[in-house]
Design a protein around this ligand. Structure first.
Ligand code: CMP
Length: 138
C-alpha cells in the first residue's frame, strides 16, 4: 500500500540552484510528487512548523534559517515513503551521511542540510496539513 510523506527542499539548496537536481533524485527513487510549491515563510510560521524542537538550543538558528529564503514543500507518495525518504536523504549531519544520499551530495552542515523529511506517520500528517490545504491534495 502506498504511503504519503512530507518534505521540504530547504533555503540553502534552493539558493544554490539544487531544486531540480534534488527533485530528480526523488523521482529517480520512485516517489510520485503529489503536490509541490515554492514559498517563503515567516519566522513565526517556521516556529510553528518546528514546535517540537522549541526547547532545543538550535531552535533560534533553525527557524531563522528556514525563514531566510524560499523553500519548496512537497507531498511525496510511494510504498514505504516515510522510511525510504529518510534513507534517500541520509544522516541529519551531512558529514555522517552515506555516499549517494541527498545530504551527502547537496548539504553543507547539520543546520543547512538541504532537505527535510517527516520522521513518522503522525508527523507526516501534521506537516502536510501545515503547508497544504485540502484543495492542494490530489
Ligand atoms: P530537520 O529534519 O528539518 O528537523 C530538525 C532540524 O534541526 C534538522 O533537520 C536539522 O537541520 C536541525 N538541527 C538538528 N541538529 C542541529 C544542530 N545541532 N544545529 C543546528 N541545527 C540542527
Amino acid at each position: 500500500m502506498s504511503q504519503r510523506t512530507f518534505s521540504i527542499i530547504k533555503p540553502d539548496a534552493v539558493r544554490k540552484g539544487y531544486t531540480g537536481a534534488i527533485l530528480a533524485e526523488i523521482e529517480k527513487a520512485g516517489f510520485k510528487i503529489v503536490s509541490i510549491k515554492k514559498i517563503s515563510i515567516s519566522r513565526a510560521q517556521a516556529e510553528g512548523f518546528y514546535h517540537v524542537h522549541a526547547a532545543r538550543p538550535f531552535f533560534g538558528e533553525l527557524t531563522e534559517f528556514m525563514s531566510s529564503g524560499p523553500i519548496v514543500p512537497l507531498i511525496l507518495e510511494k510504498k514505504n515513503a516515510i522510511a525510504d525518504l529518510r534513507t534517500l536523504m541520509g544522516a541529519t549531519d551531512p558529514a555522517k551521511a552515506e555516499e549517494g544520499t541527498i545530504r551527502k551530495k547537496f548539504a553543507a552542515s547539520i543546520g543547512e542540510n538541504a532537505i527535510h523529511g517527516s520522521d513518522a506517520a503522525d508527523t507526516a500528517e501534521f506537516e502536510i496539513g501545515y503547508f497544504f490545504a485540502g484543495y492542494e491534495l490530489k
